[in-house]
Each structure stands twice: as C-alpha cells, then as structure tokens.
Ligand binder design. Structure first.
Ligand SMILES: Cc1ncc(COP(=O)(O)O)c(C=O)c1O
Length: 438
C-alpha cells in the first residue's frame, strides 16, 4: 500500500485507471463507492442509501441479495465452484434457456455479453463463409474490435455517411473496421437499400432489438427478418439487455420475431458473470467438438472455449434467478413499473415546460432533452447533454442512483416509483430554465 491513510477515492485513483472499473463516470465527479445492495437499494461506503436504477448494469433483475439467489449460490460454493467439464447445473440451465428462447435449439455458455457477441458473429461468418457484418449505428455489442465501430461511444464529430463506420477506440485495426457497415435503426428503407447493395458480402445483420433505450417502430423488426430471410443472411439479436428482461423469452417473445442466433447475458444469472450464445442447430452444431478442431479436416468447425464457461456458481445462480422469473405476474409487474415510470417522468418534464422525450420499453428507460421524436442514435444525440447531466446529478443528490438511464428490477415497487418521481420533480424545480433548441 503506497498510501495507508488514503480515502477509498484516493486509493481508487491511485490504483485504477481514472479511478474507475470501466467507462461509467458520475456527473460533476459525484463521488460514490458502492459497499452493499439490498432489493432496490444500493449503499455507499458513507452508509448513504439510494434507489438503484443501475442494478449492476441491468444484471440484478431480481434486486440485490434476492434470498433465493443467495441461497443457491451459498449452497453451490460449498459443492465446488468451477469444473470446466460439463456439470449438472450447467446442463439444467441450458435446458431451461433453450426452452425459454424461441431461436435456441442449443446453448453455449460464456462469461460476458461481449464474448457471446464475438462468437455469434464468428458462427455467422463461418456459416456463410463471408466477412461483412451490418450493425445499427449507436448500438453496443461489447468491447471486441469489430463491435467498437459506430457504437454509442462514437465521437459525434466523427460520424460518417451510411453505411461507413467510424472506429470508436484507439487500437482497432482498420482492416477489422472494414468488415463492418452500419445502418440507421428504425429506418427500414435505408436499411433495405444497404442490405441489397452489400448482400453478396454480408455474413450477418446484427442488432439490439431494443436499440439501447429506443424501441423498434412497429413492423421494423418483422421487416428486417423478412428481408434477411429472403436473402439468406443470418440475423443476430443481441439480447444481452432484453433477454429474460422484456419477457421470459426476451425480445423474440415480446416483439414476436425470431432471429437465427442470439446472445443473452446480464439478466439471467443474478449478477454473477454468465452469458450465452444461443441459436438454431444448423449454426450451433459448428461448435460440436466431435466435428473436430485442432487438426480436424472439417473446415466448418468454429473454435470456442473458456475456462469459466458453464461455471457452476453462475449456473446455480441462473437456475434460481429463472425460477423466480417464472413466478406468475413477474413480467407484468416489471413492465408495468417501466411503463408507469416513463409516463410519470414525461408528466414531470411536461409540467416544468421542458422539451423532453422519455423512451424505452419494458423495464428499460431513457430520456433525452429534445423537441423531436427519438427514433435512432442520431436523433438521440441531438438532445441537450448538459441538461441530462444536470438532471442525473440532481437525482443523485436526492438519493436516486440513475446514471443516464434507468433499469428497474422486480424489487422496484410503488414506493420507489413515488420517491423517484418526487425527486425528479424537486430536481426540475431547482434547475434554472434551460433552452432546448433541437
Ligand atoms: C446490448 C449489449 N450487448 C453486449 C454488451 C456487453 O456485455 P458485457 O459487458 O457483459 O461484455 C452489453 C453491455 O452493456 C450490452 O448492453
């Protein structure tokens, strides 16, 4: 320890780049170090209590320390943590995931959403023997080189004309970025034109069916499925956010559209690292080691492995989480909380005469200070970012932990909703009148 008397903030700054675990920073340097969570609440090291709308980046869908999850994890820790070989919990969970998700004939567990998306794209590229992948501008599919183009982290000054992509991080090879093109979410005619122009080279079309916090226009996903099916282009749903969140069968069940491959993560393992790539057998069978790798003669084989794949604790936690999510009425409650939250937030902004759009679907909510409809990432980026930061800061000061968007959980109830709305109203009263010109 270089500085024995340092505060946790100073220690974080000394040992973690930027004092952070990733990219999330709170407005105006609001200082917050988490120490525990319980239900819909998160506590910091100063013992202060906040309603938590981050909930582990959406991963704690039952709320913190759900007793069924705590019990399952505690029992599994005593039986063994990681085996690498098939284990009873992983097999039971694979069966449950396959029975829940419409496109899932087979399941391959991995540890993160980024890994799942990497592999889904590899599977599609192997299946089609093509390289080019179309994504939607502003989507986030993880940290991997090909996905960090034209993502939500794009520099607004670097926006390109469709379908060209911009690189969003140093260290991404230009050659990798050239394997990607982008289309505008919710604009089926532009997307159709781009697909037609590039169809001979396209290995996959991939998207978040709920694009960050922007819902698909009615018919958008259905038409995209029809176009890709007609042209024989695999469709990948990144359901790392929507899987087991919008419905038990994810966005596929909720919006009624079935892709060829999908990725799930976050929600289904109670906050313990776990994700999966799932899909139709014709794609997934390329992962069967009987098809051979290491010197095999099969050139359709796809390599995929990981030390923690099917980790027994993650899978035990997953089984307990899914059991809770299967309780009658859970999704009605989750979705109704999100719907009410959006309606009430919109009322507050309208009441204060602030041009704002509250958007999202199910238990995922976003807000943008703009006069225009938010239908894609470009319209969202027109919003007043300073105002969003000020509102987020105002909420934090009033014990609402909602960094830029709001995930709600099964543990968020009427009381939390009313407290949130009162805090938002108070925040808006305290802010100087603002100008929203776009
Ligand atoms: C839609 C989506 N896909 C993929 C990822 C990456 O998942 P992970 O952070 O588990 O690698 C995320 C993470 O936020 C996500 O929201």
């Amino acid at each position: 320890m270089r500085n024995g008397d340092a505060s946790p903030f100073e220690t974080a700054r000394e040992y973690l780049p930027g004092g952070t675990l990733g990219i999330l920073t709170l407005p105006k340097g609001f200082k917050f170090i988490a120490s525990s969570g319980s239900g819909a609440y998160i506590y910091n090291t100063r013992g202060e209590k906040f309603i938590d709308y981050l909930i582990g980046s959406g991963s704690v869908i039952l709320g913190h320390c759900n007793p069924a999850v705590v019990d399952a994890v505690t029992r599994q820790v005593q039986r063994g943590t990681n085996f690498y070989i098939e284990n009873d919990k992983a097999i039971m969970l694979a069966k449950e995931v396959a029975s829940a998700i419409p496109c899932a004939d087979k399941v391959r567990f991995v540890s993160s959403g980024s890994e799942a998306n990497s592999y889904a794209v590899r599977l599609a590229r192997a299946y089609t023997n093509k390289d080019l992948v179309l994504k939607f501008e502003g989507s986030y599919h993880g940290f991997q080189d090909y996905a960090m183009v034209s993502s939500q982290f794009a520099n607004p000054k670097n926006v390109k004309d469709f379908p060209a992509v911009s690189r969003d991080s140093a260290g991404i090879p230009g050659a990798v970025a050239k394997t990607m093109i982008a289309a505008p979410f919710n604009d089926i005619e532009t997307t159709r034109r781009i697909i037609s122009r590039h169809q001979k080279r396209l290995a996959a079309v991939m998207l978040e069916p709920l694009h960050r916090t922007i819902a698909p226009r009615p018919g958008f996903l259905q038409e995209l499925r029809e176009i890709t099916e007609a042209k024989g282009i695999p469709l990948i749903f990144d359901e790392v956010v929507t899987g087991f969140r919008l419905a038990y069968g994810g966005a596929q069940e909720y919006y009624g559209v079935v892709p060829d491959l999908a990725c799930v993560g976050k929600t289904f393992s109670g906050g313990i690292p776990l994700a999966a790539v799932v899909g139709k057998a014709e794609f997934m069978d390329a992962l069967d080691p009987q098809n051979g790798y290491y010197g095999s003669t099969s050139d359709k084989r796809v390599f995929m492995t990981g030390t923690f794949n099917g980790n027994a604790i993650s899978c035990a936690s997953g089984l307990a989480t899914l059991k809770e999510l299967r309780r009658p009425g859970v999704y009605q409650e989750l979705n109704s909380y999100g719907k009410k939250l959006r309606a009430r937030m919109q009322e507050v902004f309208d009441h204060h005469g602030v041009p704002a759009q509250v958007h999202g679907d199910g238990a995922v909510t976003g807000f943008t200070f703009t006069k225009k409809d938010v239908v894609d990432s470009r319209s969202e980026s027109m919003g007043n970012g300073q105002m969003k930061e000020d509102v987020t800061y105002g909420l934090l000061k009033r014990s609402i932990f909602a960094p830029y968007k709001l995930y709600s959980s099964v543990a968020h109830k009427e009381k939390e909703l009313e407290t949130t709305i009162a805090a938002l109203d108070d925040t808006m009263k305290s802010l100087a009148p603002i100008r929203v010109t776009t």
